[in-house]
Every structure is written in C-alpha cells, then in structure tokens.
Design a protein around this ligand. Structure first.
Ligand code: BES
Ligand code: ZN
Length: 460
C-alpha cells in the first residue's frame, strides 16, 4: 500500500515538477538543532573509541573464534543497555589460505605478492600466458587459452566472473593484475568446483607482462598454489530492537554495520568503527523517547559477499519490510587518513536516508555542508536496496591506504571523524524516530539532483 501511494506521489511530483503544491515546508533550523542536541550531547565518542579498541584486538574473520568473540562482546554491550538481542546464525564457508604460493616467469622476479584469492583452488601449472583484457566472455573471442594461463586486468567484472570465464574457455590458470597501485586482497565470493588456480599481481607487474606479450614474445609462467582449503562454518548477525516509547507510528528504522573483518587485518576502521558507532547509538537511543522502532544490527560475513545482510533481509517479515523507513549502514567511518564523509546508495539515486543524512550534515558537519551522496555498492546497504528499501552507506572517501591490511589499526582512528559521523547518523535517525513530528516531515536541505520533494513522501 505504502509503496503504491509513494509511486503515485513520485509520478505526480515528477509530472508537475516544482509547483507550489509540492513545495517543501520551510526549514526550522533552530528546532531541528534542539532535537539534534538531545542525541548529540549524549554521544560519548570515547565509548566508540573503546569499543574499537576492544574489537580490533584481533581479526574477526567470519566463522572464526575472532568473530565469535566480537559477537559475544556486541551482544553483551546491547544487553547492558537494556536490549533483548537476537543472534541470527547462518552457514558460511571458511577458507584456509594457501601455505604456499609461487609464481615464476622467465626473466622476471616478483618482489611483492603474488597473492591468492579467497576460495581460490590449489594447483600447479606451467604454460604460456595469454592476455584477455578484462576477462569478460567477449574478451576471449579469437583467443586460444586452452590449457594456458589467462592474464586479466582487474575491473568492471568480479574476480569470480573473470576466473569462471577463463575456466569455461579452457584456461588452466588465471593471473589478475591490479588496475591501481597496491596489491589485490580479493575474494572469489564462494567456492566453485569449476575454478582454476588464480593469483593476483600488481599493476606494474601485470603491465610488464602485457608489454612482453604485445611485442609478440611467448611468455611462459609457472604457478603453484598449495594448502588452500574450504570448510563450512557459522557466522552471526547481532540484532537489538528499540521499541517505540510513545504512540507508535509503526515505523521501523535500521542502523547497521558489519562486525567481521578480513583475514590478517585488525579491521579497526573496517568495520569496528561502524560497529562501535552502532553500539554507542544503541546506548544513546535506549533511553530516548521515540515513536518509531529502531533496529540496531551488526552483520557477520560482509567480507564474504554481504552474507549477513542478505541473511537479514531474507528473514525480514513482510510486515517489517512494509514499515521500514530506511537503512543506515556505517562502514569505515573513523579513519584519520580517509577523505570526508559521503553517503553511497546502491543505485546512485538519493533516497530518504540520504536526504536525512544530507540535512543532518548541514546542521552538524564540520564544514556546515550537506553530506554529499554518490553511487557505490560494496557494503550491507546493497541487499536492502535490492529489495526496494531506501538504504545508504555512510563512509569516508577516498578510503585510507590501510584498507584491508594489517595496518588498519586503532592508532589510525580519528575521534573527530567518529564524532561527526555518529552525530550525523544519530541526528538523522532521530529526525524519523522522535515522537513530536509527523512521520517523515523531515530533512530540510534540498538534496542535489532533486527530482521530487521527499518531504511529501508519506510513509503511513
Ligand atoms: N568497507 C568495505 C567497502 C568499501 C571499501 C566501500 C572501499 C567503498 C570503498 C567492505 O567491507 C568491503 O571490503 N567490501 C567488499 C565487497 C563485498 C561484496 C565482499 C569489497 O569492496 O571488496
Ligand atoms: Zn567494510
């Protein structure tokens, strides 16, 4: 029902454009700031920092003891604020990294890397290299890769697609080179019997090989991967729900982050920072008057392909789906070395979450500017967006150089960044959840690329 009404509203507003009928109500900055203060004043950034310190003591790879310890910690924290928690368990694959990775090419030494891919398979291959561009099916046309090693550039398609395409064309191994500086720490998403051994090398290494092939040289490589293993394991989402304290609007807001990290990385910023901010917002909201339910969720197995958030979405009841206003995802929200805050949506379109984030940013960011938005997937907002719920990822861009590395540590965390994001997300959520405004008569800053007046959106 709600969504039908919404589409009609959208259609009508697009048709009439910005006529008076659809004009946004005037901003009331002072009262908004007073409401913001109720949340902002209560947020203690030291709490966020301390959670990060605790969570980033060791990696939290999904399905490992590290994740289990994090899940216990998060659950205990939620419960200490008075929440009942739900643990959502789900099966995942756990991957043991290879004990040996070797790559040798005539006349070339590899000083950094090569790296394997998560879910990559073992094997030993010696054969010629064939360059196949981005590794799309079309790129193989007219190329004979049978038994040979496909040399593929990173980009546009997932690593899994590139490896699958090469395997389907008969290649016996794959080498993928980066399309930017640094090494690739990639995943093939899930195990697949069709995969062939695959390694990642740097851009410079890949371009050097391509140059030799372009000159018509036959380049032979030997590639060896040993000791890789895939097992079944269990990951968890942790869910805490704050029930509306006053006359319920029957609305639900979701606030999320992923608690897992990649192998070998303490994941202080990715994403202990988001998880810690979810915890602190949960603490602050525990005693706040709201007419809206707020569900705080930390997802497991995000790094394995958003598995926790897909699981969460799968388990959502139709009723909860219908009453969900929006999903706020925080991922990598505290690095000293990253750029300013941005909100990404999975379809590149603004939505109620980015509208609320933009106006909260205008009131609370250091620059006083509305938080900008852009187009990016790569985190737990994606499954929500795919089922048609407004969702956005709060992140700093460009991301820090320590992303997915052992250097993603507590020392790189900025209290100022944490404070800004927690204020903005906390205030944006409170705009929806506070009891004394009609549902979603909310954000006061016209977002960029406006093609409708979101204030006219009815959610009840
Ligand atoms: N925190 C990152 C997402 C991210 C990184 C977004 C940089 C934008 C810029 C997230 O934890 C992650 O690493 N995601 C994976 C994708 C996922 C589907 C496995 C990634 O981007 O490789
Ligand atoms: Zn992340």
């Amino acid at each position: 029902m709600r969504k039908t009404a919404l589409s009609i509203l959208l259609a009508v507003s697009l048709f009439f454009g910005t006529t008076a009928v659809w004009a946004a109500p005037k901003a009331n900055l002072q009262s908004d700031q007073a409401f913001d203060n109720k949340i902002v004043k209560r947020i203690k950034v030291e709490n966020i920092y301390n959670h990060i310190a605790e969570l980033s003591k060791s990696p939290r790879v999904a399905g490992t003891e590290g994740e289990e310890a994090a899940v216990d910690y998060i659950k205990d924290q939620f419960e200490s604020y008075g929440y009942k928690t739900e643990l959502q368990a789900f099966d995942i694959y756990s991957y043991t990294e290879p004990s040996l990775i070797e790559l040798s090419v005539d006349g070339m030494t590899f000083e950094s890397g090569p790296n394997g891919f998560t879910y990559g398979v073992n094997g030993e291959v010696t054969n010629e290299l064939v360059y196949v561009g981005l590794g799309a099916s079309d790129d193989f046309e007219g190329k004979d890769v049978e038994g040979k090693i496909a040399l593929i550039q990173r980009g546009t398609y997932s690593f899994a697609e590139k490896v699958s395409n090469a395997a389907a064309e008969g290649a016996s191994a794959v080498i993928i080179y980066n399309n930017t500086d640094g090494v690739i720490n990639g995943t093939l998403g899930e195990p697949n019997d069709e995969y062939v051994p695959s390694l990642a090398i740097t851009q410079a290494q890949g371009l050097a090989l391509k140059e030799r092939l372009d000159k018509g040289e036959t380049v032979t490589a030997t590639l060896k991967v040993e000791g890789a293993k895939t097992d079944q394991a269990t990951s968890h989402n942790v869910v805490a729900t704050k029930e509306a304290t006053q006359k319920s609007t029957d609305q639900l807001v979701l606030v999320g982050a992923h608690h897992d990290s990649v192998e070998g990385a303490p994941g202080a910023n990715d994403d202990a920072s988001g998880t810690a901010t979810v915890l602190e917002l949960a603490r602050v909201f525990a005693n706040a008057p709201t007419d809206t339910d707020i569900r705080f969720v930390t997802f497991g197995a995000e790094e394995n392909g958003l598995l926790g958030s897909y699981e969460f979405v799968e388990r959502m009841t139709e009723e909860d789906y219908d009453r969900t206003v929006g999903m706020f995802q925080m991922d990598m929200v505290g690095s000293k070395d990253a750029g300013p805050l941005i909100m990404y949506t999975a379809d590149g379109e603004k939505n109620i979450v980015t509208d609320l984030g933009a106006s909260a940013g205008a009131r609370l960011s250091e620059t006083g500017e509305a938080t900008p938005y852009g187009w990016e997937g790569r985190s737990d907002h994606v499954p929500f967006s795919e089922i048609g719920l407004p969702a956005a990822l709060f992140i700093h861009a460009p991301v820090e150089p320590w992303y997915h590395s052992p250097e993603d540590t507590l020392e790189k965390i900025s209290l100022d960044k944490l404070k800004e994001v927690s204020n903005i997300v906390g205030a944006a959520v409170y705009q929806v959840a506070r009891p004394d405004t009609p549902a979603l008569e909310k954000a006061k800053v016209a977002p960029k690329k406006v093609d409708y007046n979101f204030e006219e959106r009815e959610l009840e």
